[in-house]
Every structure is written in structure tokens, then in C-alpha cells.
Design a protein around this ligand. Sequence first.
Ligand code: NIG
Ligand code: FE
Length: 405
Amino acid sequence: MQVVTLAGPARPRVGPELRELGIIANGGMFVRGGRIEKVGNADEIEPLINGDTAVVDARGQVLMPGFVDAHTHPVFSGTRVEEFEERAQGATYQEIAARGGGIQYTVNATRATYEEILAYEAWRYADWFLRSGTTTIEAKSGYGLSVEDELKILRVIKRLDESTQLRYVPTFLGAHSVPPEYRSRREQYVSLIIDEMLPAVAQEKLAEYCDVFCETNVFTTDEAWKILTAARCHGLGLRIHADQLSLSGGAQLAAELGTVTADHLEHTDAAGIAALKRANVQPVLLPGSVYALGSSRYPAAREMIDAGLAVVLATDFNPGSSPTPSIPTILSLAATHMKMTPAEAITATTINAAYSLNRGHEIGSLEPGKIADFVIHACHDYRELAYFFGIEHASQVYCAGKSYK
Ligand code: NIG
Ligand code: FE
């Protein structure tokens, strides 16, 4: 069994470190009480087996930490299959958004859906994440855009965290779009976020992070600055959707504020990359949305790695721009379109992603003391995860030592 441990320094990996996976060619792992006790050569692990030990035979397969997906929008009602079909016939994502479709279409559906039903819909996606080998996701709100609907989504996320084996790290994204009822008085929506939504979210402890969609025709850098600064006062960590559809100053703002992550970055230039480096911001790259929008403008991953940034890759799972929960698909896109090696992509979806969620001490690698979130993939070599695409590699998935699949 090839064990991909990701063991290494207790911090996000940069530069050539992204290629160091800490592989044990013929390895084993011993788990007790939901935690990893020992990882080593098979002949070091076998003597620990006694009559009470449940043995999982993974001969000829690959053992890895569960994937950590550090950017998802997993709670929404319905789908956007109609728009998907229209885009296939030439309409663009921005055109559809401008006429009130896009995010607003999903907001309308989500507002009209009871908490229980929303949880039921999202439960299906939890299964998809787990089946494909993801054991932790960052989960954003953002399809409510009113005090009660944003809280409803965050409560669903909390409920899913408690009732499924998937771990959810909640992010408040009230600043995902300006809803139509505020279009002519957008400053009042920004005030609603700052004066009502953020205090309520903080009071109920429903989020660890706050995010803003900073983009031309969405939220300006000034608005994003105000919202993120207020969020910081409530003790929330900061993330930002930056430079996705245009070079709109998001990466520069991330650096100025010292956010934990800057996400997307398809249009970020060399000055933006340098600013992120100076401020130690982790880029979260989302090739699934580039692919699904039919664009060819992938973020400059190689330049970011060369600049010494602790790159993260994630799915951006959402009903509009990235309808995939599959990290293996992201590994394939990263290798084919962003020229990241399979090893770099795996580091970016495990240990680096875990650090971007303040969980690097608990998950993201197979090291003694960490939570036993691990996956056995039915392949002989970890590179097959990125190479054979469009299939489900995970044959067994464990969360805190408990079998899911
Ligand atoms: O990350 N960029 C903004 N939000 C999502 C899209 C959400 C949607 O289209 O519903 C994204 O791509
Ligand atoms: Fe997103």
C-alpha cells in the first residue's frame, strides 16, 4: 500500500515543498479512538495488531488524508440546468446575471425553501463530497441575502456538520450579490450586512469566516473593505472572491487587509501576486469554475508557486459556475490546464487547504495525533488520481476513524 502522508513542517507548504508528499511505499497506519496513532512501514505497524484491532486491507491501493475543500457554496435550492443549457447555446454567465438570473435565480429559490427541505437538498451533496474522498469542506452562505435567509443557510450548515460525517467550516457570504430590492440603494444593503447580519451571525456563532464577492458590478473594493473590516471586529477570519471575472483590485485589497485567503484570481497580475506574497495571503484557485464557464483563463498557478505562495485548490462547488464536488476532477484540471504536478495539486487540496481553514494541526496529513480522516483510493500510484479523470477513485472513506464508504 502506498501511503501518501503529507507529513512535514507544521505550516502550509511553499515552493518545492509542494512536491514533497512524504510517501511510504509499503506502509501502514494504526488508528485508535478516531485519531492516528502511528504511520510507518507495514512491518512497523503489523506488530501493533491484536485481537481487538479491525484490519482494513488496502493492499495495492493508495492511502491518503481526506481531501479538504476550502471553497464551496453547498447549500442552495434547485439547480440552474436551464441557464446551463442557454450557455451551451451561447449566452454568457454575466449576461444571464444581468437580466436577474444567475445567483439571483438561486437566491429566489433558496428564500422560498424551508430550512428542513434545504438541509435535505444539501444532504445529497454531502454524500457526493464524501464519496469522492473529501472529508472537510468550507461552506459559504450567500443565497439568502436577507437577515433571516442568511441565518437559515448558516443553520443548515451547522445542522449538516452535526448530522453527517462531513466536516463543515462555515463562512458568512451575505455579500454575494446585491438583492434586487436594494439595487437602487446599495449602500443600505452594505449597512444591513454590517449592522444586522454580522452581529447576528457572530452572536449565534454561525460562522468562522466572512467572505465578499469583490467584482465589477457586484461589490466594489471600498464596499468589500467596509464589510471585511466590520467582520474582523466580530472575530471572523477573512476570505475574498477576488479578480474572478476582471482585474478588479481584489488581490490588492486582500493584501491590504491581510485576509487569510484570496480566492479565484483568474485575472490577478504580477503586482497582485507580489502583494499576496508580502501579506502572506493564501491563494485558493478554482479551476472547476473556469472549466464550467467555458473559459480558458485559468489562474497563474505556476507564477504563484514560484513566488512562494502557499497555493490551495478547491472545487467552488455551486449551482452556477462550478457544479462539481469532485476534488479528483480539480486535480485533473490543475495538471492539464495549470501545469501543476499531481503532487503539488494534492498538497494544495490537503495540508495547504487545512491550514487555510485554521485546521492544519488537526487534519490534512496522516501524522500521529491528527484526526483519522483518511481515504483509500483504488489506484496503485497517487498520480493516477489526476491522470484517470471522470471516475471515482475512492474505495473506502473514513471520518475520525469511522467508515463512511
Ligand atoms: O464562486 N463568484 C461568485 N460566486 C460563485 C458563483 C455562484 C453562482 O453562480 O451561483 C463562484 O463562482
Ligand atoms: Fe465561490
